[in-house]
Design a protein around this ligand. Structure first.
Ligand code: XMP
Length: 518
């Protein structure tokens, strides 16, 4: 079994042509219990073979095959013998490369459409004659390549699905990965199980087993440390590496004093309860962080200060443990994608994690969660026995509340924000909003406003509430909270948090804003 818990020949590559749904395709494939990874659109077939990939899915993308900068697949892909499914732009690439006719768009087809199934076979096997599908394209395929059959069409797209059973090459113009195509999962299952013959034996339990065996083999007799921040990713990484290494790993939890109310206690008690044998070092360094942050108001400077102090404190603690060979980090797939995409791109924010530590301390880096998405990390956490309060906590930034206090961070403002944040989390939790809302929190913009409380004038702090829905934190929309919830939030924040006299709700999506305010 491989490190990812797959048996040989049960891995699928999703080649990414820049479509907004490429990650979603990967998730759907894994929901079919087939392990899959996103790779660059022009990945050569030799890499696919050497990586053990048994099938390929081409994602959609914003380009036209006739565009000047159109991304193309590697020319050897079509004849390399691997079964292939092209989705949207992926189908157009397939048609264009093998001699079909792709028509540049006068107008596109966006949103719901009805697919007429011309031949219920291949990826459309077992589907009804008419079914709703989701479209989002400009160009369309007018005729399939020689040897391909038209499997489906819509009123405006003559080739909405096509295939060659002999070559195991298929294309669909619609998006089977989105919920607006109700039979989409059936299309993917047809491809994975029917066309490719994959059994679908991947599960998070297998992942846990295989990843822990791989960690044990890699570390051998060595010793490891893990930087536990209390966030979901580092908690799950800690649980996994503890399973693999037992007392040869030490978790170092640096409490920077920028945590939410009750958080430090929750994390320490959660770990002590779930893994009584875990070597756990809790470092209280709040004073040191506050001192370093004194007078710092620039957002980037704040992040750098926290990152630098974190490294200093962590290094000091690690030195007390004696020789260590490995550092475990909870990097997950979206982090990998974001940093890849960020090569040469503008730095929006300097993300604070333990970057810089491995080189400085001459440690080898282990990232056992690297191929996983956030929701998969949570499933793995449950599998490993982490308490639900830790597994289901909201993502929380490494620099903590410091980047939600605009201007200087002081103990008094931290305390105020902690109280406000606790109210926001309490109000969002019981409405079932807890799991639907990716993050919901309070921000102190640092503005003071005039109010009237009792019969007197007040001049208090403004609190902003931010609640967002998101799939992966990369894009987000503000949550349409019921008015009653907003009303209660406003009343409770003003009544229960001394010093607050006004509340606003942040109604900006990402982009153009980011989720955090700094
Ligand atoms: P932004 O504000 O960039 O946030 O839209 C996207 C997601 O990342 C979290 N975030 C961080 N996480 N270190 C982290 O570990 C950081 O420095 C950091 N900054 C933002 C943020 O809470 C959101 O979930």
């Amino acid at each position: 079994m491989g490190v990812d818990g797959t048996v040989a020949a049960e891995r699928v590559a999703v080649l990414d042509f820049g479509g907004q749904y490429a990650q979603l395709i990967a998730r759907r494939v894994r929901e079919c219990h087939v392990y899959c990874e996103l790779l660059a659109g022009d990945t050569p077939p030799e890499r696919l073979r050497s990586g053990g990939f048994a099938a390929v899915i081409l994602s959609g993308g914003p380009s036209s095959v006739y565009g000047a900068d159109a991304p193309f697949a590697h020319p050897g892909l079509w004849s390399c013998g691997l079964p292939l499914l092209g989705i949207c732009y992926g189908q157009q690439l397939l048609a264009h490369a093998l001699g079909g006719r792709v028509e540049p768009a006068d107008h596109g087809e966006y949103g719901g459409a009805e697919l007429e199934v011309v031949a219920a076979e291949g990826v459309l096997a077992g589907l009804p004659q008419h079914m709703p599908v989701w479209m989002s394209h400009g160009d369309r395929v007018l005729s399939p390549p020689p040897g391909f059959a038209v499997l489906g069409r819509t009123a405006t797209t003559p080739v909405a699905a096509m295939g060659s059973a002999a070559r195991r090459l298929y294309g669909v113009q619609f998006h089977p990965e989105v919920a607006h195509t109700p039979a989409g999962m059936q299309v993917l299952r047809n491809f994975l199980h029917g066309v490719c013959g994959l059994r679908g034996s991947w599960s998070m339990g297998r992942y846990a087993e295989a990843a822990s065996a791989a960690l044990a083999a890699e570390v051998g007799d060595g010793r490891a440390i893990v930087a536990l921040s209390g966030g979901v990713d580092s908690s799950v990484a800690t649980a996994l590496v503890y399973r693999a290494l037992g007392d040869r790993v030490t978790a170092i939890y640096v409490d920077h004093g920028l945590q939410r109310a009750g958080e430090v206690e929750e994390v320490t008690a959660g770990f002590a309860g779930a893994f009584p044998g875990l070597r756990f070092v809790h470092v209280s360094a709040a004073d040191r962080f506050l001192a370093a942050l004194r007078g710092v108001t620039d957002p980037e400077e704040k992040r750098r200060t926290i990152g630098r102090t974190f490294i200093e404190v962590f290094e000091q603690e690690a030195a007390r443990l004696g020789p260590v060979d490995f550092l475990v980090q909870g990097t997950i797939y979206p982090d990998v994608i974001e940093s890849g995409a960020a090569a040469g791109a503008a730095t929006i924010k300097t993300h604070h994690n333990v970057g810089g530590l491995p080189e400085r301390m001459r440690l080898r880096l282990l990232e056992p969660l690297r191929p996983l998405f956030k929701d998969e990390v949570r499933t793995l956490g449950e599998e490993l026995g982490l308490p639900p309060e830790l597994v289901w906590r909201q993502p929380f930034p490494g620099p903590g509340l410091a980047i939600r206090i605009l201007g200087e961070v002081t103990e008094a403002r931290l305390e105020l924000l902690r109280r406000a944040d606790a109210v926001v989390r309490e109000e969002l939790g019981p409405h079932g909003l807890g799991r639907e809302i990716w993050q919901g929190f309070a921000v102190l913009p640092g503005a003071r406003t005039v109010g009237v409380m009792g019969d007197g004038r007040s001049y208090g702090e403004l609190v902003a509430v931010r609640a967002i829905a998101s799939l992966d934190g990369m894009t987000a929309d503000w949550a349409r909270l019921p008015h009653e919830v907003l009303a209660r939030l406003s009343a409770r924040l003003v009544n229960e948090v001394p010093g607050v006299n006004r509340v606003v709700y942040d109604i900006t999506s990402k982009p153009p804003a980011t989720i955090e305010w700094e």
